[in-house]
Write a protein that binds this ligand. Sequence first.
Ligand SMILES: N[C@@H](CCC(=O)N[C@@H](CS)C(=O)NCC(=O)O)C(=O)O
Length: 205
Amino acid sequence: MLKLYYSPGACAIASHIGLEEAGADYEIEKIDLRAGQQRTPEYLAINPAGVTPALQTSEGVITQNAAILTYVAQTHPQAGLANLNDPFQFARLQAVNGWLASSLHPAIGKALFSRPALEGEAKDDAVKVALEKYDLAENHMLAGPWVLGEDYSMADGYLMVFTRWARQAALLDTTRFAKLNDHLDRVQARPAVQRVLAAEGIQAV
Ligand SMILES: N[C@@H](CCC(=O)N[C@@H](CS)C(=O)NCC(=O)O)C(=O)O
């Protein structure tokens, strides 16, 4: 059986949602990031990078949300969470997920979760840079109603991670980011996402 190592509300929730939406047979194990459990020898043996998510499969461990989401989509094709037969459409999914991992996540992560926490001008600058990336998502990355268009895909639960964090930090202005707010509401309303939130012991925001 697949096993997902996650931390509540952290970016691993993208993989958790992907597994649940796919109807996968999986179990979860919580890694307490605040307690430093990601740096224990036991967890470093699973993911030497010391971050969540990690997905244990019968063939070995997969890390990185973008890779896990692709793997789950390919191993559960009946769920229709990626357009596996159309190279262009599949590349569109990869492009969004690659951007989320390499651009939006580091930017909002720096603004909100730097240790020690940013303050003053440094914090303002980091927030400004992050919000410019949310502008890009708002204006260019939501084909509507879902990220890639008519069909919900493995990109939607991943984008939701970062809109959720932004809303929690009161950064997701409802005028500037009207589409992202609407998208976040619709993702959180999905039954599979509600099951994931309950399993992680967290609430819709
Ligand atoms: N691009 C990676 C990011 C993984 C990552 O940074 N995870 C964070 C939580 S959102 C983490 O585990 N941080 C623990 C730490 O840095 O100590 C992915 O998508 O899997």
